[in-house]
Design a protein around this ligand. Structure first.
Ligand SMILES: *[C@@H]1O[C@H](CO)[C@@H](O)[C@H](O)[C@H]1NC(C)=O
Ligand SMILES: *[C@@H]1O[C@H](CO)[C@@H](O)[C@H](O)[C@H]1NC(C)=O
Ligand SMILES: *[C@@H]1O[C@H](CO)[C@@H](O)[C@H](O)[C@H]1NC(C)=O
Ligand SMILES: *[C@@H]1O[C@H](CO)[C@@H](O)[C@H](O)[C@H]1NC(C)=O
Ligand SMILES: *[C@@H]1O[C@H](CO)[C@@H](O)[C@H](O)[C@H]1NC(C)=O
Ligand SMILES: *[C@@H]1O[C@H](CO)[C@@H](O)[C@H](O)[C@H]1NC(C)=O
Ligand SMILES: *[C@@H]1O[C@H](CO)[C@@H](O)[C@H](O)[C@H]1NC(C)=O
Ligand SMILES: *[C@@H]1O[C@H](CO)[C@@H](O)[C@H](O)[C@H]1NC(C)=O
Ligand SMILES: *[C@@H]1O[C@H](CO)[C@@H](O)[C@H](O)[C@H]1NC(C)=O
Ligand SMILES: *[C@@H]1O[C@H](CO)[C@@H](O)[C@H](O)[C@H]1NC(C)=O
Ligand SMILES: CC(=O)N[C@H]1CO[C@H](CO)[C@@H](O)[C@@H]1O
Length: 498
């Protein structure tokens, strides 16, 4: 793979040499803005998801930097997900209770759950949180053989989430589990199956998600998912009446499932359908950085159409249900689950991947999506390294995190999003008349070349840019004037002016 990488660099160098003289003569790429044509007043918040994993544990050398990085992009609807490959981090009741005539023993252990959740809450003060203990204890499912989870809390275990039938079909066991978990974190403690009180915390949990990518984990069919959703939301509401719920959490964008979930007739009366959630990852297969980027932008276009189809259904049957698209990312084909030996994810990757997120933000804002969430704070070889927003060796930000931070500092719900056009093959442009900072234009260079952009309808004053050069550092601010600016390769820029 090293060879391939070198070949790629050679090819890039050759391209630059061949193209530069030609580029200098090309006419600038034009962006037209009609400030009077308001497409929508933005409802969109941008945020991220934090998947709980070992680099965030108390004894990790990068923990503090990772938490500081998280604080930079702390924002409403930030999402926290303990996840099944680390059973002992994700499941506080890791073993089934033993209850018989002579004994009553439970195995609740909040050591790791507390470490990770309290760090997360402390790094994200004064914002609303969506908490998602999506992993159910394995022992609640009917399994062919009892499952032995790894003792080592850092060991990745892909086999934990197994079984398709709950051992208690009345759903009382799973509801009680979540009710105790909520009680422990929001009501100062909980009473276990043996009547023993476990002192806990008094956190405010504004929203709770029910299960993970339900169609993938445990292959839960819609009917069962809805039943679990109804039972668990009722149990949690009894403990924490102000918590809202997020349902569905689809890995694939299936309109039928959305329809089945949102139909009130498919739920117990009174079940809240506050939010739905779903996900998208671009998965390019090409072999050059530019092709990967181009493919990812194209896959995003397809995703926008899927969102539009889901939105049509939601608006028709559940117009008040909000949407959080809370896992958005890309994957380097050589860094999907682990990093191919000898390969280094290039600086360009982190820049264009941030560009794809900014591009998705732009379109989903015009579609009226409530929350657009980047995936995920901490990834590392073994756990989706190219989806990470921090460097797994240091805990410091990558360009992906800086793009989110730039979007948060530039745009907010309440901005007027106005009609903007440009040559979409190379550049994406979207103008915002913002509530906080005057007129701004988001510019995304989809390619590895410099370009001059002529922005018609804005007297530009300054431009903030995240690109290959700024990488994980704070963005660069340049003073600009007139209506013509230069965009660097894969730049995500925000132009401000009058
Ligand atoms: C109850 O469970 C304990 C612990 O597993 C076991 O040692 C004991 O034999 C059980 N008693 C009965 C009556 O089953
Ligand atoms: C959180 O809000 C409180 C009350 O408004 C304020 O005193 C505090 O400084 C805020 N903390 C942060 C980190 O913003
Ligand atoms: C669970 O996983 C094991 C090993 O991967 C497999 O043999 C078994 O059939 C699975 N299903 C159930 C229901 O236990
Ligand atoms: C636990 O697993 C991690 C990750 O595989 C490994 O680095 C560590 O050495 C293991 N610890 C022990 C005590 O085996
Ligand atoms: C939670 O609140 C209860 C009741 O006010 C109080 O007794 C308890 O000490 C609090 N727990 C924590 C961890 O603050
Ligand atoms: C949720 O579950 C799916 C399917 O098992 C998995 O692919 C995905 O990465 C999970 N998401 C998170 C954030 O853990
Ligand atoms: C809970 O988190 C999992 C893991 O990321 C995710 O797949 C699932 O969609 C979430 N649940 C909801 C209802 O969003
Ligand atoms: C979408 O969901 C429906 C209902 O759960 C299912 O029957 C159908 O096979 C799914 N379609 C795809 C493409 O997965
Ligand atoms: C967002 O994507 C949809 C679907 O591709 C498209 O129809 C729409 O024009 C896009 N919105 C903007 C403002 O470009
Ligand atoms: C882009 O422009 C900068 C500054 O003029 C130059 O250093 C760089 O080589 C150019 N990059 C490409 C790919 O042409
Ligand atoms: C903003 C923009 O479009 N930038 C440029 C990115 O690079 C390509 C060349 O590959 C230019 O044609 C684009 O115009």
């Amino acid at each position: 793979m090293l060879v391939r990488h070198l070949l790629r660099l050679a090819a890039l160098a050759a391209t630059c040499q061949a193209i530069v003289p030609y580029r200098r003569q090309t006419t600038p790429s034009a962006v037209q803005i009609n400030w009077d044509d308001v497409l929508i007043t933005s409802k969109t918040s941008t945020t991220l998801q934090v998947v709980a994993n070992p680099p965030l544990l108390a004894d990790s050398s990068i923990r503090q930097n990772a938490l500081d990085s998280l604080s930079l992009v702390s924002s409403n609807y930030v999402r926290y997900v303990p996840w099944f490959p680390y059973p002992r981090l994700a499941v506080p009741e890791i073993d089934a209770p033993i209850i018989n005539d002579t004994h009553c023993i439970t195995y609740w252990d909040f050591t790791y759950a507390d470490q990770l959740l309290l760090d997360f809450m402390n790094a994200t003060p004064n914002v609303t949180h969506i908490i998602n203990y999506s992993t159910t204890p394995d022992w609640m499912w009917v399994l062919d053989t009892p499952y032995t989870y790894p003792e080592n809390v850092s060991t990745i275990d892909w086999n934990y989430n197994n079984g398709t039938t709950l051992r208690d079909p009345t759903l009382k066991e799973i509801s009680d589990y979540y009710s105790r978990l909520l009680s422990y974190y929001t009501q100062g403690g909980m009473t276990d199956e043996c009547g023993v009180f476990h002192p806990g915390h008094n956190l405010t949990i504004e929203a709770w998600e029910i299960l993970n990518e339900s169609e993938a984990e445990h292959s839960i069919v819609t009917g069962l998912y809805n039943q679990i959703y109804d039972a668990v939301t009722a149990a949690i509401h009894a403990v924490s009446p102000n918590t809202e719920f997020v349902g569905l959490a689809m890995a694939y964008r299936n309109v039928t499932r959305v329809q089945d979930f949102l139909q009130p007739a498919n739920h117990q009366p009174g079940t809240p359908l506050d939010w739905i959630s779903y996900h998208f990852y671009a998965g390019p297969t090409s072999s050059t950085t530019q092709d990967e980027a181009t493919q990812s932008f194209q896959q995003a276009n397809q995703f926008f159409e899927e969102v539009a189809a889901i939105e049509a259904v939601r608006k028709q049957i559940a117009p008040n249900t909000k949407t959080t698209i809370n896992e958005l990312g890309t994957m380097d084909p050589n860094g999907v689950t682990t990093v191919v030996p000898g390969y280094v994810i290039p600086a360009e990757y982190w820049a264009w991947s941030g560009g794809v997120f900014a591009y998705i933000f732009s379109n989903l804002t015009t579609q009226g999506i409530d929350v657009v969430g980047e995936s995920q704070l901490s990834g590392y070889p073994g756990q989706f390294p190219s989806v990470s927003m921090i460097d797994w060796n240091t805990g410091l930000p990558t360009a992906r995190l800086r793009v989110l931070q730039l979007l948060q500092s530039s745009f907010a719900p309440g901005d007027n999003v106005v009609a903007t056009s440009s040559d979409e093959t190379q550049l994406h442009a979207q103008a915002f008349d913002t509530v906080n900072g005057g007129k701004k234009v988001l510019l995304i260079n989809k390619t590895d070349q410099n370009v001059t952009v002529q922005v018609q309808g804005l007297q530009a004053e300054s431009m903030d840019t995240v690109d290959v050069n700024t990488a994980g550092n704070p963005w660069r601010t340049e003073q600009v004037s007139g209506d013509s600016v230069n965009l660097t390769p894969y730049a995500v820029s925000v132009l401000s002016g009058e």
